[in-house]
Write a protein that binds this ligand. Structure first.
Ligand code: MN
Length: 214
């Protein structure tokens, strides 16, 4: 159905394999330290297992950008409250534009423009698709199940697309039941340092060595 396909920019872009054009159109790469995605760092793209990253992003509103490598891009969701380890908690995850793979280890300060604010790599690692269908197919169907192996998060998580208010951008991120599930642990509030540099958000913001573009 054409009308349905057009309602989902992310999905349509992925289908047309122009996934990064939205990403690029939102940014001025002479003004942001973010990668353009024109080149891909070999050490990120040559891994056997696909990567995932969760970036804490203090923009106008604090949120956590959860990204899964699918093919040669990072399919992305903004999760306002961040991931929960409690299988009874469903976290809203709003799909945003696909990001280049190089974005996975981006940490620093976006001084102005789209997404201006501090970005921290809160967690990074690899994942495994635990469904029979390919990740592309799961993305299309709006039913993703992956097993994460990060520095903070481990175990199975589901991403389920809802049809709330007719938008195909709204998903839920839900911890699946396994030995890593917990109703008590809350890593978003208990583990507040970068998985890459061990810095806090404030340290990244105040660090003279943080990548900053005027
Ligand atoms: Mn963000």
């Amino acid at each position: 159905m054409l009308t349905i396909a057009l309602g989902s920019e992310g999905y349509l872009m992925a289908q047309k394999r122009e996934a990064l054009s939205t990403y690029r159109s939102k940014r001025d790469f002479t003004k942001t330290p973010e990668p353009s995605g024109k080149t891909i760092k070999k050490r990120l793209s040559s891994r056997k297992k696909p990567i995932f990253v969760i970036q804490e992003h203090q923009a106008s509103h604090l949120h956590y950008d959860v990204r899964l490598q699918i093919g040669d891009v990072l399919v992305s969701w903004a999760v306002p409250k961040g991931p929960s380890l409690n299988p009874r908690v469903k976290r809203l995850a709003v799909q945003t534009e696909d990001h280049p793979i190089d974005y996975a280890d981006f940490e620093g300060i976006i001084k102005e423009g789209y997404g201006a604010g501090t970005v921290m790599v809160w967690d990074i690692g690899t994942y495994k698709n635990i469904k029979d269908e390919s990740m592309q197919e799961c993305l299309k169907q709006g039913q993703i199940e992956v097993e994460l192996k990060g520095k903070k998060l481990e175990g199975a998580f589901a991403f389920v697309r809802t049809h709330y208010a007719g938008s195909k951008k709204n998903w839920l991120m839900i911890k699946m039941k396994d030995e890593f599930a917990s109703a008590k642990k809350n890593p978003v509030s208990s583990q507040k340092r970068s998985a890459l540099t061990d810095r806090t958000m404030k340290q990244i913001k105040d660090d003279k060595k943080s990548k900053v573009y005027e």
